[in-house]
Design a protein around this ligand. Sequence first.
Ligand code: SF4
Ligand code: SF4
Length: 506
Amino acid sequence: MTLRSPPLPVQSVSLQRLRLDALVPFQRRRVDGRWLLTTDFGDHAFVEDDELTRVLEGRVTPDEELHVRLAERHFWIDGLDRDLLTERVRRKQRFLAFGPNLHILVVTLRCNHTCQYCHASRARMDAVETDMSIEIAERSVDFAFETTSPSLTIEFQGGEPLVNWPVVEHVIEYARQKNAIAGKSLMFALVTNLSLMDEEKLAWLLDRQVQICTSLDGPAFLHDGVRVWKEGASHETAVRWIRRINEAYGQRGLDPTLYRVEALPTVTRLSLPHAKALIDEYVAVGCRGIFLRHLDPFGFASVARERLGYDMDAFLAFYREAFEAVVDLNRQGVDFVERTAAVFLGKILGHDEPNFLDIRSPCGAGIGQVAYNHDGRLFTCDEGRMVDRKGDATFQIGVVGQDRYRDVVSGAVVRAMSLASTLEGQPGCATCAYKPWCGVCPVHNYGEQGSLHGRMADSTWCKKHMGIMDFLMTRIRRADPFERELFQRWASPREQPHYVQPRGPF
Ligand code: SF4
Ligand code: SF4
């Protein structure tokens, strides 16, 4: 994969012959032996070398197929459907008017697992001082409800949140009561390793329509190799509860094609040779999708990085293999989605903004999400909080009970993060063909390159996104009818209204 596009094949096009005034602004990139052209409105088209030359020289006549192809994609200024494109831009950027909708409560750092990749973000089981108190929990919920966003998701993270179960229960009841007046579209998500789940807790959570998410790193030999639980069998327990919870959804009459435990893998070096086994495991336990993510550098012990880390080329090869395994499964009638692809396809084919906070411009730091540490300190996002665990409070944006919502979300750190993650202001991104669909991460830039803005030319984040989008654009261009239908389906995710809390008093 080349990181940058080679020069245009237009040695024969002198500046005097360039006729760009007939076209909307566009960027180009060499993909799959052709030129991928993209506009700032998010349309794309593939053209051959000679076609690009004729486009640039203004030698395409309206009766040509090339003219029609580019007209359908809104490349020509003449005849541009301005109303449609204005509405599209308005819809895609509507998140700018919302405010933080994701509120991550770290209710404890304690965890009974000692997973090899998160030494820096968990605490021992006797570290009770890392439990969030009821008082800080209430102040956190009060702060979250100040958001201008009409929807509000409270996500419980840790450590292992079930270790501090009384605070989880209290937050849910307290937030539901507040929402009787606030009337927001309120949801709860619990991210748990499931080791402390029991039937009583499960019934309580299901009664309150809490979404349950967990970690599953693959078959037992992979999962238990990194997710170490000295007192128990991590894989066996997680799989047993995933199946039990999915069964309970069915018993409560929920659509089994829509409501399942959401599981997430952490891809380590040990996973790389086992892409297909990982996907098969997800299907076997009843999952309907997988989110293939590169191992984050945040909160990651250097010793573990030596053992579990890998370079981006290795990840991209793994990603491509896993993606093909997922497509093959769908051909066999198994409805299963790769969610990173779905985020990009929603933008590329659906012309929508799925509001995935790490792949949007600007990113969600402080304006789309807030992370609440157990001690009441606020961070731009969970990743920013993890940097703090290493003793660097760069991404702290306030303290609950002390700082006003308005000051926090418009403070210097949040503004710096928004500027650093706005692609038009990023050298490299501003002229990249993938700008309409991409996003950058200032925390990643800071961790990898020492600055919020970073340098995309040698950023692994950029390399990952470019590699994935090169691959997806190639797959879109070559797609057969089955794949075209599949990719369109992935581009239009279904809502899950059951997780929205009923409004009104309880
Ligand atoms: S800084 Fe990075 S992790 Fe934080 S919200 Fe932005 S993209 Fe996501
Ligand atoms: S981060 Fe995304 S938009 Fe920026 S240069 Fe890389 S691929 Fe292009």
